[in-house]
Design a protein around this ligand. Structure first.
Ligand code: SF4
Length: 339
């Protein structure tokens, strides 16, 4: 018996064609597409403006794969870590991060990760597969609901900083963003979306060529190749010089400044690198994971970095991590909820 197709893998045009090929009106495709994305239907029965026969016909050919929030852990600071169960039983995590002024969804793009950054808990999970566009989209929908329930307003921001390297799942991540920003999906502004990458220079240049409208953040963590390669082995293949070249290319094409993410630990120089491309720097409090050998810098070191960056006219934000007590902070996502 052939497996049914996940209907959300079809474009609107393909859906219209499917209906035409089966002697039905093409506009049914538009109606079903609206149910699948904008209205978030998880079954055909709820598509009430579609006839029962057509719903049955859809049921015979397709499935609607969807995620389920399998477990929720709430931090004392209001942060919620969600264990998200995918249709094949695999689990990823996504995080709802509320502050007094806004809410942010941190979403995953892959199950596990192949890049082995030494400070990251996700790296300890083998990469199983890429997430599909609808699986990324559904994480945003789930966290938008949490924003409405817990804060009384819709979700404000999205960061691709959960499990996985988004640029290694390029096509599906961009398709998910297309649906998140489309009026046929969630209608959010791309200015409210930030994709965070370890800095794959060829893919950053592709993003620039594709004229994306969202923001770019780079996990820098060191501006010295030797040190960075030890923390992030990908730096051997995509060096700081390659990265800088791609970021300058990005800026020339998009006119959008880059955000450098930088975990503060001892004695690493940063200013000279960041001055070479329009950027701001988020200094991130390091969150220890077991036995990784890194230590959190003391507050004086953070203050020193801040002073030095500001003295060089680089905007600095200090990011105190949220949800640490439930392992939901940066670099801590490792499916511990279900372990
Ligand atoms: S920091 Fe990001 S890219 Fe590096 S191992 Fe963790 S999830 Fe993968």
């Amino acid at each position: 018996m052939s497996e049914k197709i996940d209907i959300r893998s079809l474009s609107k045009e393909s859906l219209r064609e499917f209906f035409l090929e089966h002697s039905q009106k093409a506009f049914r495709g538009n109606q079903v597409y609206e149910w699948l994305w904008h209205k978030g239907a998880h079954d055909f029965e709820s598509m009430t403006n579609i006839s029962i026969e057509t719903r049955q016909f859809l049921n015979d050919h397709f499935v609607i794969n969807h995620i389920e929030v399998d477990d929720m852990q709430q931090s004392s600071d209001g942060t919620i870590k969600n264990a998200i169960k995918l249709h094949d039983g695999l689990i990823v995590e996504s995080v709802f991060i509320p502050t007094p002024t806004r809410t942010t969804a941190c979403v995953s793009s892959q199950v596990g990760c192949s890049l082995n950054c030494t400070f990251c808990a996700t790296a300890r999970l083998k990469k199983m597969r890429n997430l599909n566009p609808d699986e990324i989209y559904d994480q945003v929908v789930a966290i938008d609901r949490q924003s409405r329930v817990y804060k009384g307003h819709k979700l404000n921001n999205i960061v691709f900083m959960g499990m996985g390297e988004p640029l290694l799942n390029y096509k599906n991540v961009l398709k998910s963003i297309e649906m998140i920003t489309s009026d046929e999906g969630l209608g959010m502004s791309p200015r409210r979306i930030t994709l965070s990458t370890v800095g794959l220079h060829k893919m950053i240049m592709k993003l620039a060529d594709d004229e994306v409208k969202f923001n770019l953040a780079v996990s820098l963590h060191s501006a010295i190749d030797e040190v960075r390669s030890k923390m992030m082995p990908i730096n051997d293949k995509s060096t700081l010089a390659d990265l800088l070249h791609s970021l300058q290319y990005w800026y020339a094409k998009t006119n959008k400044a880059i955000t450098f993410e930088y975990v503060v630990w001892k004695g690493i120089t940063l200013v000279a690198y960041c001055k070479k491309v329009p950027s701001k720097v988020n200094l991130i409090e390091y969150n220890a994971i077991e036995e990784d050998g890194f230590e959190q810098a003391d507050p004086a070191a953070v203050a020193y970095y801040q002073r030095e960056l500001e003295r060089n006219q680089i905007t600095v934000n200090i990011r105190h991590s949220r949800g640490k007590d439930i392992d939901a902070a940066c670099g801590q996502l490792a499916n511990k909820t279900t372990a």
